[in-house]
Design a protein around this ligand. Structure first.
Ligand code: ZN
Length: 100
């Protein structure tokens, strides 16, 4: 299956000078073929086209790169709290089902 991935970061979190945009993914993960990589550098946006049939490999491709996940967690907590109509203390982790 082909995937088009759009990675966006803020200027404050820009990896330029610290590994560059290639540090935002791991192209050496088995089972994922990087077909294309395109950058809109002034927009701090990276577009990737990858092929894989292994979603866990895709997670590793994207998830093994260092990134600041706290703003995402804060946003998830805010959205869940908004959906529930009350403040939320946290979001439970979602783990993949590995019982297959
Ligand atoms: Zn950038």
């Amino acid at each position: 299956m082909l995937y088009h991935i759009t990675q966006v970061h803020t200027p404050e979190n820009c990896p330029v000078g610290d590994g560059g945009s290639n540090s935002l993914f791991d192209p050496n993960v088995d089972g994922v073929r990087l077909i294309g990589r395109y950058g809109a550098n002034s927009e701090h946006t990276l577009f990737l086209v990858v092929e894989t049939d292994d979603w866990q490999a895709l997670q590793k491709f994207l998830g093994q790169s260092p990134w600041d996940h706290e703003p995402l967690l804060d946003e998830l907590v805010r959205q869940v709290g908004t959906g529930l109509g009350e403040p939320c203390a946290g979001v439970p982790p979602i783990e993949p089902d590995t019982t297959e």
